[in-house]
Design a protein around this ligand. Structure first.
Ligand code: ADP
Length: 402
């Protein structure tokens, strides 16, 4: 079975083609700067002898139509597929599914109109997803297509966890509530954790930490998400690359009054100029780490703030869950930054969390256990694979519905 995973943004399209027999990647690529004078396309694939090949091109790509046509042409020219009808399914990543989608959905007119209706809740993401989806349905009308929502995994949050203490009418009328994001990653790593620990996922309690440029924590009880740090939008929660995470909302009124900042300027500042970048000028944790080791105080402060916020969430979600079987670190920072793992879990022995320094310092491309043997809570590092999770969910949906 061949499943194509598409992640269409406003000016980019990421794609991965999986052979679901062994979950291997037949091709993967990125088309960037769509609609700009020059766009770039890069695709990696295995040729017929199993050797990895890379194609890179710079050329004008006017819109999503053009981008998907170019992607299909490259997949066919490189011999990865003969035509699009060879695909058994296409899985589309969608960031915001609101309250409408608690599970993957077969793409049809209704699903596309709902994704469109949800644009005000995800103005930066849903329009790109929708354009990619419409073009893909047009180009491959006979291939089943599935929408996979980042928010769906968090649809199991209890109401007291997803409500904000604002006048109720804003929930009633505008659906302002916590939705949570990164659900595909949290779901993937908790499934992997259950497999690794040989524990039934339906009895597994976990805290999953997805630490990339965007970062979020989820509290998972009996395999289901019961709380998560991102909210109505991905802005809430942890200190992130360029997002502030939790702040006192009154700071915004103060800044507006003192500095005359407009709503758009405040939005930009919180989403693009804050977080690690706001504190030390960089949002790349590798560079921040290097600067901190060289004695740069703001870089060290940025790391300390990042780890401190993380520690607070680990504590809070330990309280939410009562019993925690495992903590999972994932994402670029979670998978690679051993100091972040050490610092955020330090002095949490009272919560049953004990890190083994030697194990934590090891590097692996697979799953690692970094807690001591006598740690009540197992601490794991699990590389995330959101594309594979989308492919698996797409396949499961197609098997159920087609
Ligand atoms: P995205 O959210 O863009 O998918 P990633 O999951 O790729 O992000 O994570 C990006 C972050 O991971 C960056 O801050 C980057 O510096 C950090 N990172 C990647 N590799 C390492 C490493 N070896 N050590 C520390 N941080 C790393």
């Amino acid at each position: 079975m061949k499943i194509l995973v598409l992640n269409a943004g406003s000016s980019s399209v990421k794609f991965q083609l999986f052979n679901m027999q062994d979950n291997s990647v037949l091709a993967s690529g990125l088309i960037e700067q769509i609609s700009e004078p020059m766009s770039r396309i890069r695709m990696k694939y295995q040729d017929s002898t199993g050797i990895e090949q890379v194609v890179e091109q710079t050329l004008p790509i006017s819109d999503h139509h053009d981008a998907l046509r170019k992607m299909s042409a490259l997949l066919i020219e490189s011999g990865v597929i003969h035509n699009l009808n060879e695909l058994d399914g296409i899985g589309h990543r969608v960031v915001q599914g609101g309250a409408s989608f608690q599970a993957p959905a077969m793409v049809d007119e209704y699903v596309m109109s709902e994704i469109e209706r949800l644009i005000p809740l995800a103005p930066l993401h849903n329009p790109g997803h929708l354009s990619g989806m419409k073009v893909s349905v047009e180009q491959s009308p006979s291939v089943p297509q599935v929408a996979i929502f980042d928010t769906a995994f968090h649809s199991t949050l209890p109401k007291y966890a997803y409500m904000y203490a604002l006048p109720y009418k804003y929930y009633d009328e505008l659906k302002i509530r916590r939705y949570g994001f990164h659900g595909t990653s949290h779901r993937y790593v908790v499934k992997e954790a259950a497999r690794y620990l040989k524990q039934d996922i339906h009895t597994l309690n976990a805290i999953t930490l997805h630490l990339g440029n965007g970062a979020s924590v989820a509290a998972i009880e009996n395999g289901k998400s019961v709380d998560t740090s991102m909210g109505l939008t991905p802005l809430e929660g942890l200190v992130m690359g360029t997002r502030s995470g939790d702040i006192d909302p009154a700071i915004l009124f103060y800044l507006a009054r003192k500095r005359g900042l407009t709503l758009d300027e405040l939005d930009h500042m919180l989403n693009k100029e804050s977080g690690l970048k706001g504190i030390c000028g960089s949002n790349d944790m590798r560079e921040i780490s290097r600067l901190a080791h060289e004695g740069n105080e703001q870089a060290q402060l940025a790391r300390d703030m990042f780890n401190y916020r993380l520690k607070k969430y680990i504590g809070a979600y330990s309280a939410v869950l009562g019993r925690v079987d495992c903590i999972v670190f994932t994402g670029g920072i979670g998978e690679n930054d051993s100091e972040t793992r050490k610092e955020s879990c330090s002095r949490l022995e009272n919560l049953g969390i004990k890190i083994d320094a030697e194990r934590n310092a090891l590097r692996s491309s697979g799953i690692m256990q970094i807690s001591t043997d006598d740690s009540a809570v197992k601490v794991l590092v699990i590389p995330t694979n959101e594309e594979l999770e989308i492919a698996v969910e797409t396949m499961e949906m197609i098997e159920k519905h087609c």
